[in-house]
Design a protein around this ligand. Structure first.
Ligand SMILES: Cc1cc2nc3c(=O)[nH]c(=O)nc-3n(C[C@H](O)[C@H](O)[C@H](O)COP(=O)(O)OP(=O)(O)OC[C@H]3O[C@@H](n4cnc5c(N)ncnc54)[C@H](O)[C@@H]3O)c2cc1C
Length: 361
């Protein structure tokens, strides 16, 4: 007997779909390869649209210890500019966020299998093979594997970036410097983002083009280059000791799923990958997970192709603007121009942050 809905991946997208389906009375099956949510390569920035989506799902990030963020600081070499965000945002570790979401899915009645990966999918037969050989047939499949490809439905892309993440221990200097803001250090072919997490530690994430990382010859030599190219970043990391980085390769910024098969909903990063410096990936994951689930509840698996096209349209503009900003920030001349513009008219920075959201408001 096919299950009514199978969700592959228990990140924000998969859990949002599971919560929405389960609360509507459908018992979805969710398969997540980790037993416990890992820290994950992510900046941990929750925009105002992500906060609204979490509220709709019944999750209160402030009760989980999220730190409020109302401004952003851009730093490129010796230049610094600040601007207000359009609305209040938050910093929260992915481990805490993902745990709360998957727990809410279980509490809502989803059938969650952890510690099992889906190995391959047959989109036409709508079957999925798990690590242990189990084959699950489903009326609808929600592909929510995020940054990871699924054999049978892998995303096609040519250019990609590498994401890195580490935690810096709590320190009075970082607590003071980062209170109430997210800080972005811009350098050639990438950036680093810093924010405070619920336990007082600092989340440090880096995004760098695959080309630059391979030219540098690895993470350690790249970091050494960055320490002289971004002295303010070096100062933030000063007392922290050598960070232990988690890494993810093959991040296809700007990629969008333009279509999908009957019964297959691609959600989260499997629907659209916004430049991480925009900080809207989690909002896209939550929003797309919940809205795909509603589309399936209304129209069954046959609603998938239409829903996917409409998600593609919704993501087009914010992704294009985020790509423009990412490319501009990665090159010296446009970067200098962007910094000068935001210095003169900080509202332009605020406006740019608003334009990179898939849900406005
Ligand atoms: C460097 C960097 C920094 C970022 N910073 C931010 C930020 O600050 N704010 C923001 O909003 N966005 C940020 N993003 C984007 C954000 O991380 C993603 O958009 C978001 O995590 C997508 O959620 P998801 O649920 O689609 O996928 P994921 O969060 O990747 O979750 C996918 C889940 O599926 C599971 N999985 C994968 N494969 C399988 C399988 N075969 N079988 C079973 N389970 C599987 C994984 O274990 C994981 O739990 C950043 C991205 C990068 C690369």
């Amino acid at each position: 007997m096919p299950v009514p809905a199978l969700i592959i991946g228990g990140g924000p997208a998969g859990s949002a779909a599971a919560i929405t389906l389960a609360r509507a009375g459908l018992k979805p099956r969710l398969v997540e390869r980790h037993m416990v949510p890992p820290r994950g390569v992510c900046g941990g920035f929750l925009g105002w649209d992500a906060l609204t989506a979490l509220k709709d799902l019944g999750i209160d990030p402030w009760a989980l210890g999220a730190r409020p963020i109302t401004r952003f600081r851009l730093i490129a070499r010796d230049r610094t500019v600040m601007a207000d965000l359009p609305a209040k945002a938050a910093g929260l570790s992915r481990k805490t966020l993902d745990s709360a979401l998957i727990d809410a899915a279980i509490a809502a009645g989803a059938d969650v299998t952890r510690g099992q990966a889906a190995r391959a999918i047959d989109p036409l037969a709508r079957t999925v093979r798990l690590d242990d050989g189990e084959i699950i047939a489903a009326n609808a499949i929600f592909l929510a594997t995020g940054k990871h490809e699924m054999r049978g439905l892998a995303r096609q892309f040519t250019h990609s970036s590498v994401g890195l993440r580490a935690s810096l221990p709590p320190s009075p200097a970082r607590s003071e410097a980062l209170a109430g803001l997210v800080e972005l250090h811009l350098f050639d072919h990438g950036y680093a983002g810093l924010l405070l997490q619920e336990d007082g530690s600092t989340n440090l994430c880096l995004s760098i083009s695959s080309d630059r990382l391979s030219r540098a010859g690895g993470i350690a030599p790249l970091l050494a280059e960055l320490m002289s190219e971004a002295p303010a970043l070096a100062a933030r990391m000063d007392d922290a000791g050598p960070p232990h980085f988690e890494a993810i390769a093959g991040v296809p910024y700007g990629w969008r799923a333009r279509e999908s098969d009957d019964g297959i909903f691609r959600i989260g990063d499997q629907a659209a990958v916004i430049a991480s410096l925009a900080g809207d990936g989690i909002a896209i994951a939550l929003t797309s997970g919940a809205s795909a689930a509603r589309a399936m509840l209304d129209g069954g698996g046959g609603a998938a192709p239409g829903w996917q096209r409409s998600m593609n349209r919704q993501c087009r503009r914010p992704l294009s603007i985020a790509e423009m900003l990412r490319h501009g920030a990665a090159l010296p001349l446009p970067r200098r121009a962007m910094m000068a513009l935001v210095r003169r008219v900080p509202q332009l920075g605020t406006r740019a942050a608003a334009l990179t959201r898939i849900v406005r408001g």
